[in-house]
Design a protein around this ligand. Structure first.
Ligand code: ASP
Length: 697
């Protein structure tokens, strides 16, 4: 069957690699999309050159719709446009079948009754003498003067198979047809490799399978890159050929770790008495602060479901419904611009518990984290995890997710310089701002030109400027601002910042949040550059006592995390008098400067919830219109409850390693929100739009 198809398939190259802009690009995209829709079931894409293998019968459909095509051989020389009917027919005449497919094996074997006895990567000396059947992908084939060696790969690693002409001539002859990524099953006997042939770099390096029978189960197109871990491959190419990328041992290991992490979390949550309950994907908009993905309803034209930004509302409803404790490895969707390392679609370990206070929730989070590290990496984390208040971490580290391994801390100097002769300081203080500084001991390595660059950088981050002071070996100040800062002020600053010869002090005078943010970033940047990070591999920290509200630029109060967060019980009274002072029950878990997740206790009383919504600017009528179902649920008898959500992908990345979340997600989207393999997002047929009552403008 395959032979038949191979001969009738043509290598058709559609579009250009760069076909993403301009009218030609649009046309390419259009043609490719049409092909995907019309020929999706027939399509197979050649690994090397993005060709489509198209059955002969479809050529007539394709030709008028193509913009370019290519003949096998030298790619660059033979690409030409198909723009006129004459060319189309001429081109059709010159088509040649795809060489690669023609080279395909002459005959494929069925798996039949052959069943795997061992995984490739598990063969050891103890198996010597046993009959074994391995199944997998040809990783490498070497022809050593008559004897053929094949490194056979499956998810457990590589095993060596030997085909010898004298003992198994038929299998040996067939082994000559093998190419990279062919899928085979081999029956044979496990033998010791013998002294000189042992490969100490391979776990299976002491043994090999001497083949008696080979079945070629499938052929394969040539891989677009070598499937080794240390091959430097552009990420776009990896994502375009995700199947090949996922076959690399490192990716197999990372996804295996992801599986272990999932199992660990499930086991811990179950042991802690939480139920795993799924919540809908077709939901309604949740107030998590990002843009919703909307799904148009066919049955109710003009109405939309929203994909959950998190299961926040549903998990609260489950508590109200009496389930007491819940967890879910939940899929969340946030239509955000792809800044930094984010995915449109991601996983959370979502938790909610009834009749708990902050301590009980933090205990559960600690338990999940400790067991995850133990189960996945065999690491024992020290307990209890330290706690610090939001006010404290902002003051000391300038960030609510500080990397506490970096041995640099900010100081606040506002009170010392409020009446300084240095206008920059006094004006900032008079405008309600602060003067904060980052002292860096032994900072001789920071040159004057680097200081100038840091000043420029702080401006780019929003500062009006940045003052600095260097303490000379004699202990005096070397700085453009020395003459404006009095002797007494200098002494007070030196005492608070612990200045010694060799110190560098960086000052920002601005709004509190901005001053902390800039110094916090400089702390991390210089801490890394000057190697001030302690050697501890894992620093965990609970940050607690966040403010409930924050101010927008227009001065209106908005929620800091989401509108259902409960205030600390002792601060409820402040809601009506000093809402800015109200502390939230919110908490974050931070690992090495990365926020692993956040959570809070929730409002279980509708009067408090309504009061908060009113502070957020909703009239009672508006609050009932937008959050009526929640207020109604609270009034049915809601228990005090609270929860948390871990960013599952991020936790996985920290445990499994990798450069981005894309390294621990099987089929991620690119930075530009596309899946390059299945080519999503994609246009849809006009009938589908019509069914939904939609028109694309
Ligand atoms: N729903 C919150 C989030 O997704 C987490 C929580 O408070 O449980 O960030």
């Amino acid at each position: 069957m395959l032979v038949h198809l191979a001969l009738l398939h043509y290598h058709v190259w559609i579009g250009a690699k760069t076909a993403s802009s301009g009218s030609a690009g649009m046309l390419h995209l259009f043609v490719r999309r049409r092909l995907h829709t019309r020929l999706g079931h027939l399509r197979s894409v050649c690994g090397m050159c993005r060709c489509y293998n198209v059955p002969l019968g479809q050529i007539y459909y394709l030709l008028p719709r193509m913009t370019h095509f290519i003949l096998p051989g030298s790619l660059s020389a033979r690409v030409f446009p198909v723009s006129t009917a004459a060319q189309v027919f001429f081109s059709a005449w010159t088509y040649t079948p795809c060489q690669r497919m023609e080279e395909a094996v002459k005959q494929l074997d069925p798996l039949g009754s052959l069943r795997r006895t061992h995984y490739c990567g598990t063969l050891r000396s103890e198996h010597v003498g046993q009959e074994a059947i391995l199944c997998g992908w040809v990783h490498r084939r070497r022809d050593h003067g008559g004897v053929v060696f094949v490194d056979l790969r499956d998810r457990t690693g590589l095993g060596q198979v030997v085909f010898k002409p004298d003992t198994a001539p038929e299998a040996h002859a067939k082994a000559g047809e093998l190419r990279s990524e062919y899928v085979i099953a081999v029956r044979g006997k496990v033998e010791s490799r013998g002294e000189g042939a042992i490969n100490p770099n391979m776990p299976t390096g002491e043994v090999e399978l001497v083949a008696a029978e080979l079945r070629i189960l499938n052929a394969a197109t040539t891989p677009p890159f070598v499937l080794e871990d240390d091959v430097q491959v552009d990420e776009a190419l990896r994502l375009r050929y995700r199947i090949h990328d996922l076959r690399r041992p490192l990716m197999q290991q990372r996804l295996a770790m992801r599986h272990q992490l999932l199992q660990s979390v499930r086991a811990t949550c179950t042991d802690l008495g939480l139920y795993e309950i799924e919540t809908p994907i077709l939901g309604r908009s949740t107030p998590e602060g990002a843009r919703d993905f909307l799904v148009p309803s066919r049955i109710y034209p003009g109405s939309f479901y929203a994909l959950p930004q998190s299961p926040q509302i549903m998990k609260q409803l489950l508590m109200v419904a009496g389930f007491d404790g819940y967890f879910q490895i939940a899929r969340c969707f946030r239509d955000e611009d792809q800044r930094a390392d984010r995915q449109l679609e991601f996983a959370q370990i979502d938790l909610e518990m009834s009749f708990v206070g902050i301590d009980e929730v933090l205990h559960v989070l600690e338990e999940i984290t400790v067991r995850a590290f133990r189960d996945v990496r065999g690491i024992e984390l020290p307990r209890p995890f330290p706690r610090a208040s939001y006010a404290e971490v902002m003051a000391r580290y300038g960030s609510d997710r500080p990397d506490t391994r970096i041995a640099l801390e900010l100081v606040d100097l506002t009170d010392l310089v409020a009446n300084s002769a240095f206008q920059v300081f006094t004006q900032a203080v008079q405008a309600g701002g602060v003067v904060r500084a980052l002292p860096i001991p032994d900072a001789e390595a920071v040159s004057r030109s680097e200081l100038d660059r840091l000043v420029d950088q702080s401006r780019q981050w929003g500062a009006k400027g940045m003052a600095w002071v260097r303490v000379t070996p004699e202990g005096s100040w070397q700085s453009p601002i020395t003459r404006y800062v009095s002797e007494t002020e200098q002494q007070q600053i030196a005492a608070r910042a612990g200045l010694r010869p060799g110190h560098l002090l960086l000052f920002i005078a601005d709004r509190p949040a901005l001053a902390s943010d800039i110094l916090g970033r400089l702390r991390v940047q210089l801490g890394e550059r000057l190697e001030r990070r302690a050697d501890r591999p894992w620093d965990l920290l609970f940050v607690v006592d966040f403010p409930l509200f924050e101010e927008t630029e227009s001065g209106q109060l908005t929620y800091m995390h989401m509108p259902f967060v409960a205030p600390l019980e002792e601060d409820i009274g402040l809601l009506s008098t000093q809402p800015r002072q109200v502390r939230a029950t919110h908490y974050d878990l931070v690992l090495n400067g990365v926020e692993l997740g956040s959570g809070s206790l929730r409002n279980h009383r509708s009067d408090v919830q309504l009061q908060i919504l009113e502070i957020l600017g909703y009239s009672e009528a508006q609050a009932r219109e937008r959050f009526g179902f929640m207020l109604e649920a609270l009034d049915t008898g809601a228990p005090p409850h609270g929860g948390f959500a871990f960013g599952f992908d991020r936790l996985c990345l920290m445990l499994a390693g990798g450069d981005s979340l894309r390294d621990v997600i099987a089929f991620p989207k690119t930075q530009r929100a596309q899946d390059l393999f299945i080519q999503s997002p994609n246009t849809v047929e006009p009938e589908q739009l019509r069914d939904l009552g939609l028109r694309v403008r």
